[in-house]
Design a protein around this ligand. Structure first.
Ligand SMILES: [Fe+2]
Ligand SMILES: [Fe+2]
Length: 372
């Protein structure tokens, strides 16, 4: 088959090409993607009618400029293997690294696809021209991203069955404002993660143990634009970010999303070692970039230099490790261990959540360009 998802102009076309290849996809990778824990990427659904009712007139000028760029589709054709794609010896890869790297790819693919499914559904259900157009471009991009990771996984003899995932994975309901906070953050974190790794490997190419990292620069620009769209959506109504209750929610999402990333990354020591990346440094760096960008729209910012910040993250990480060990032990002792670890994790979260935040006056103009 010659068609490639990277050239598809719509999400439907991209997914149909993916589905053609799905007969090669493995159960093990799909099972991993199917997991729903606090830490694995989830699928979301929302109140699509409320989202559809948004009026983007307050941000019309910025909106039209951003959508014109998405329509021009600068990354069409980018997400496919070319002569830069070096052959990888999966068989010869050190087993622990291979395990962690596959886990990284499968969870990234699931996260990309989670965006694809949510955006595609919004596009399908909506009647608002502006909203439908935005979500058609974003779902198109995420289908390519997920498909490209799956192409990389297939070389290792595993891949995620995306069609199966759409039908069978559990969906978590979030009200639209929570979708804005969570999705805005995950798009901007995605940008910060991809660009930080890309820049690091640009300086240290000897650590680039897989070709997929070469694609991260254009990739992160897609994520940056997606984040911009959510920033504009939040700016259509000041209440979404400025009310007292919503400031607390934003603080909650920042704490939850950052601490989840910390725990997930620290579970992959071999992978980061192979990249030549110190996980503590990398995560703090990604948090810093994300926080700086988020000043465009969030009225509060976490204090990443507060002494309780790192202590709290480490405590959360230890609690989650203890929970895993207790789960593996099983039986009444395991159950007791899980409850203990669960309350330790909750305490650590409260300690992080109650660190005083920094106040931020959002700028007059919301739009930003990728600067890292
Ligand atoms: Fe993406
Ligand atoms: Fe995205």
């Amino acid at each position: 088959m010659n068609a490639h998802a990277a050239d598809a102009t719509t999400v439907e076309e991209g997914l149909a090409i993916q589905q053609e290849k799905a007969k090669f996809d493995t159960k093990a990778a799909t099972d991993l993607a199917m997991q729903n824990t606090l830490l694995t990427p989830r699928f979301y659904t929302t109140d699509f009618d409320e989202l559809d009712a948004i009026d983007v007139s307050p941000v019309r000028e910025d909106w039209d400029a951003l959508l014109a760029r998405m329509k021009a589709d600068p990354n069409k054709g980018h997400f496919k293997k070319n002569e830069d794609w070096d052959a990888i010896d999966w068989e010869g890869m050190e087993p622990e690294l291979k395990k962690e790297f596959l886990d990284f790819l499968i969870s990234s693919c699931t996260a990309e696809f989670s965006g694809c499914v949510l955006y595609k559904e919004m596009k399908r259900r909506g009647t608002n021209k502006d909203i439908c157009e935005l979500f058609s471009y974003m779902s198109r991009d995420e289908a390519r991203h997920a498909g490209f990771i799956n192409d990389a996984l297939r070389e290792a003899g595993v891949a995620v069955n995306l069609g199966f995932l759409t039908k069978e994975k559990k969906y978590t309901f979030f009200r639209p404002k929570f979708i804005y906070y969570a999705t805005y953050l995950s798009e901007k974190i995605g940008y910060a993660r991809y660009i930080t790794i890309y820049r690091h490997l640009e300086a240290h190419p000897e650590h680039r143990f897989h070709p997929i990292f070469k694609w991260f620069k254009e990739w992160c620009n897609d994520e940056f634009s997606h984040g911009e769209a959510f920033a504009l959506l939040m700016r259509t109504d000041p209440k979404i970010t400025q009310s007292f209750a919503n400031k607390l929610w934003i603080r909650f999402f920042l704490t939850a999303v950052f601490s989840t990333m910390w725990i997930r990354d620290h579970a992959r020591p071999r992978f980061h070692e192979a990249l030549g990346v110190d996980i503590d440094w990398y995560d703090q760096e990604v948090f810093r970039k994300t926080s700086t960008i988020a000043r465009q729209v969030f009225p509060v910012e976490l204090d990443l230099d507060h002494p309780r910040w790192r202590r709290g993250l480490d405590a959360m990480d230890r609690a989650f490790r203890a929970m895993d060990r207790a789960k593996a032990r099983g039986g009444p002792a395991g159950l007791a261990g899980r409850m203990m670890a669960g309350s330790r994790a909750a305490l650590a979260f409260v300690s992080l959540y109650t660190i005083p935040v920094k106040k931020n006056d959002v700028p007059e103009s919301v739009r930003l360009e990728p600067a890292y």
